[in-house]
Structure formats: C-alpha cells, structure tokens
Design a protein around this ligand. Sequence first.
Ligand code: CP3
Length: 342
Amino acid sequence: MKSEDRAVMRVLAGEKMWPPPIWMMRQAGRYLPEYREVRKKAANFLEFCYSPDLATEVTLQPIRRYGFDASILFSDIFVVPDAIGYPVRFEEGRGPVLEPLNAALIDRLDQDRAEKHLEPVIETVTRLRAELPTETTLLGFCGAPWTVACYSVAGHTTPDQTAARVGAYRDPDLMGRFIDHLVTASIRYLVRQLDAGADAVQIFDTWAGVLDDAGFERWSIRPTRAIVDGVKAERPNAKIIGFPKASSARILKYIEGTGVDAVGFDWTAPDEIALEVQKKVPIQGNLDPMRLVAGGKALDEGIDHILSTFDKGPLIFNLGHGVTPDADPENVARMVERVKRG
Ligand code: CP3
C-alpha cells in the first residue's frame, strides 16, 4: 500500500475516516508484559533505544497484540541531545537526568557526530517499515526543544518545570543557544526518519503548557516553527503532528505560528476548542490515560464521548498522553474494539 493510502495518512490529509484510526502514545511500554521481558535484555534505557533488534521488537509488540493503525518508533526524545554530545543518562526509578545547562557544555556540542550516533535508530525505522503490515502507518518523532531543554536546567525535572522557567528568564541567551542546537539536530533527525520510511512525524511538547504567553511564543512556537520549516524545506510533502500538551487555550496561535499539519490534545482540552480546531486541521486524542487504568464504565464512557463529539471531521483516536505502566492490557484491547465499532 502507498503511504498516502494508509488510514492515519488519509486523516492527516484532511479526510474524515470512520471508525477513526487509532494508536496510543507510549504504546510500546511497561504496561505490556512482553515489553518488560525485552527491557531486561538492555543494559540501560538509552542502549535499548540504540539496539535495532530490541527497539524493532518492542515497537511491533503492540501492533501484533492490538492491530493499531499506527506504529510509533520506539526511541526517546533524549537521543537528540545525546547525539550532539549533551550528557544524558537514565536512572532506574528516576527517569532521565541531564547535566545542568552551562556555557561550557554548549560550546562542546557537536552537530557532526549526530549522523553516526543516530544510525541505529534510523536502522530501526528501516527495519520497521519492512516488517510492519503494509496498511500500518509508521510514525517517527522528536521532542520539542523546550521539552528536551526542561530536563537540562536543574539536571532533572522539577514540578511544573520551575527550574527551566527560572533558567530561561535568567539567561535566555544560553537557553536560546541550546534550543538552536536542538532545532538543527531535530530537523536532520526527522528528515532521516522520513527518508528511512516514516510516513509522518510527531513533535512532542509535553511541557509547553507551563509557559506564559511570551515564553510560549519564544520557547514553544518559535523553535517548533523552525523545525517544521526546516523539515518542509527538504521534504515539502512531510506531514507533521504537533502535540503541545496542556495548551488548548493557545492552540490556534500554535497552529498558525508553527505550521504543523495536525494537533494532539490532552484530556483537559475543552470540547468546544477541539471542535473549532477540527474545522481547520485534523485532531488527535484525547482519552485520559487514567480511564485505561480504571477500566469498565469509565473507559467506555470516555471512548463514547470522544467518538460522538468528534465524528464530524478528521480524527485520529489516541490518548491525551502516554499510557501508564499500571494500565491493564485488557482495557487497551477493550478500547481498540470499541473504537473499531465506530
Ligand atoms: O510513544 C511511544 O511508544 C514511542 C516511544 C517514546 C518513549 N518516550 C519511550 C519511553 C516516546 C515518543 C517518548 C517521548 C518522551 N520521552 C517524552 C514526550 C512525551 C511524553 O511522554 O511526555 C518525554 C517527556 C520523554 C522523557 C522520558 N522518557 C521520561 C520522563 C521517562 C521516564 C518516565 C517514564 O515514563 O519512565 C522516559 C523513559 C521512557 N521513554 C520509557 C519509554 C517506554 C520508559 C522506560 C522504561 O522502560 O523503563
């Protein structure tokens, strides 16, 4: 099947498909026992991302189990800073830890090492396209620069990204230099994913919602626009989904300012806003992942609400954020079955 005929790609081109295609953020993850088995084989999380054998296997697991319409490359947003030489590590039970941002670190960043460093991830994309069912859309991704940078100011994440916000106010030039590096590396990385077989890409801006208006413009919209422009300059037909979490109040500004082709919503987005946006661009979302933990009536009602509210335009059914490790795999099966009934 040709890329543009795959269901998610048809929706990204503006078509309403019913039942809507479905995939799930973090669909390859710890809620799946088969993921936890493979995870044990990797020395650490980044090594896992850089192993084409393991990364291909876990990416395919949720496709085999549930038949999702899209498969998202298994990797992480921190392979980009890692690739240009920014110190990143994952601590068990704590998550990602980046070295606190400073000028000496920025001076040492090297764009040229990214090509070779990210080769195993690109190899995974190539293998995935060869192994996935032909009708399954393959999505690549990167983190939005602000979200990546959030983990670099205090060296780890703080509630509401207070450290990153203070850092950006105190030294916007330093933050800007880091962000510029991330933009450059992300453009190259996304273009390579598209060339290796990704049908479309998503930019995850998980922490866009903690910014004030000026910060949203400077740290979320501007770098995302630079990535969208950079990718489209090289691959004019590329489709890009933006996911600025907790930003529904600014979503129209975001769409106009960045030039993304579609947007993801989290579950806090008011229906009226998502409906308005759906008249302009395809939307993706937005089931609260906690409904997959609760299951039963709460799950069914959440699904039915999305289906009955957004059935007039292009929709990609998804969660409002990643599935959590405590979600019941049976509830995921129930969700897919219910969405497929339309
Ligand atoms: O969606 C997918 O299935 C594709 C793979 C993917 C991962 N991370 C795998 C992962 C994607 C798209 C991401 C994006 C990502 N990573 C974001 C943006 C989206 C979001 O979820 O907010 C962010 C902020 C990160 C950073 C990150 N990676 C954190 C904070 C953590 C630790 C917290 C946690 O959930 O474990 C990770 C680790 C990580 N990335 C895991 C997975 C499956 C869990 C690691 C493990 O197996 O131990």
